[in-house]
Ligand binder design. Structure first.
Ligand code: SF4
Length: 350
């Protein structure tokens, strides 16, 4: 029996067939789920997906929405560049394709944020074409099945995986096969504890035969992440509201609201840099810090508390006063939102 036959037979008995984006084989829902599932697990994505679909039920609704609302519904999923590309993609589908996703690989890959695997997933899962997918789960299954020992992320690793994926994908039931491979990776061929004894492809799996399947995929050559230190200014008014500044449209946390930020770490330097913002003789109090790891560096954000009676917002800054106890939250990076929700500040403990 061929590899795909075994996988499909297993899928018929054990595969996931009731995920919210599977209903109706709709390209918009499949595309949205694929973007959300990049870097994020199914159980985390489901509530975000449902809220998103409720607010933006189709690609036209998403394209017409202000980016602020999109970011607000995305906040917490991280990797915010995805939300910006999602919005740009929806607008391109509406403006250039009359609201319908293209039905060919190149047309899909020309859309913002749609890579080869996402395009393959849309073709296979929504359009019943032969689309080839290679997300993180599928990579792990194939790397083990074929005992590919190139390091993860290397071009040789990617090339060999795509060759395998292209060869093994069947011409019939490509949608079920794509879902089956994702399910196999998520539920059986787990990162640390592969369940080889009940795996449908165990007999021919090279990593299992070698006796240490969890050793695959081989780790990428380790790189030490640089450490970046920044200062965030937590400006509070007499009512306990906090001032948030919208970040630039490109780069880290693009377009989200965060604490006004500085690259300086010493009080005098920070004060000098923010002179234009703050009333004369305003005192600052170092209160706390948080750390966050991005793919390319680790951030330490030192927080400085400043209480002001009044503050004239600078005209060229995009700011708002936010009362986290009673107002609906604007789109904020998850670490900022988490920090505000901790409740240890601003009126007492810090
Ligand atoms: S036999 Fe084990 S290692 Fe191989 S694909 Fe199945 S679960 Fe993964």
């Amino acid at each position: 029996m061929e590899f795909s036959d075994k996988v499909l037979r297993w899928f018929d008995a054990h595969g996931r067939k009731h995920l919210p984006w599977q209903a109706g084989k709709d390209a918009y829902r499949v595309w949205l789920s694929e973007i959300m599932l990049q870097q994020t697990q199914v159980t985390t994505v489901i509530p975000y997906f449902l809220r998103f679909i409720d607010r933006f039920p189709d690609v036209k609704a998403l394209a017409a929405a202000p980016i602020d609302q999109v970011l607000q519904h995305w906040a917490g999923l991280g990797y915010y560049a995805r939300a910006h590309r999602l919005h740009a993609c929806a607008q391109q589908v509406v403006n250039q394709h009359a609201g319908k996703f293209p039905e060919d690989l190149n047309g899909l890959m020309a859309l913002p944020g749609v890579g080869r695997s996402t395009a393959g997933a849309i073709l296979a899962l929504a359009m019943e074409h032969r689309g080839v997918i290679l997300d993180g789960n599928v990579k792990r299954v194939l790397a083990r099945y074929a005992a590919i020992d190139h390091p993860t992320g290397s071009s040789a690793f990617e090339r060999e995986l795509w060759d395998r994926a292209e060869t093994l994908t069947p011409w019939v039931r490509a949608g079920d096969y794509a879902q089956a491979m994702m399910d196999l990776g998520a539920t059986l061929c787990k990162r640390h504890t592969p369940q080889c004894l009940i795996c449908p492809v165990m007999e021919a799996c090279k990593a299992r035969a070698e006796g240490a399947p969890a050793d695959y995929p081989k780790a990428a050559r380790s790189k030490k992440l640089p450490y970046v230190e920044r200062s965030g200014l937590v400006i509070l008014d007499a009512e306990g509201r906090v001032l948030l500044e919208r970040r630039p449209p490109l780069g880290l946390w693009a377009g989200l609201y965060s604490f006004p930020e500085s690259e300086f770490t010493q009080e005098m330097d920070i004060h000098n840099a923010w002179q234009a913002w703050l009333p004369h003789n305003t005192s600052m109090q170092k209160m706390d810090y948080f750390e966050h790891t991005f793919s390319h560096y680790r951030l330490r954000m030192n927080l400085w508390k400043v209480v002001v009676q009044s503050l004239t917002l600078i005209a060229d800054k995009d700011c708002l006063w936010y009362d986290f106890r009673s107002q609906e939250a604007p789109g904020m990076p998850a670490p900022i939102s988490r920090y505000l929700q901790q409740g240890a500040w601003p009126l007492g403990k810090k």
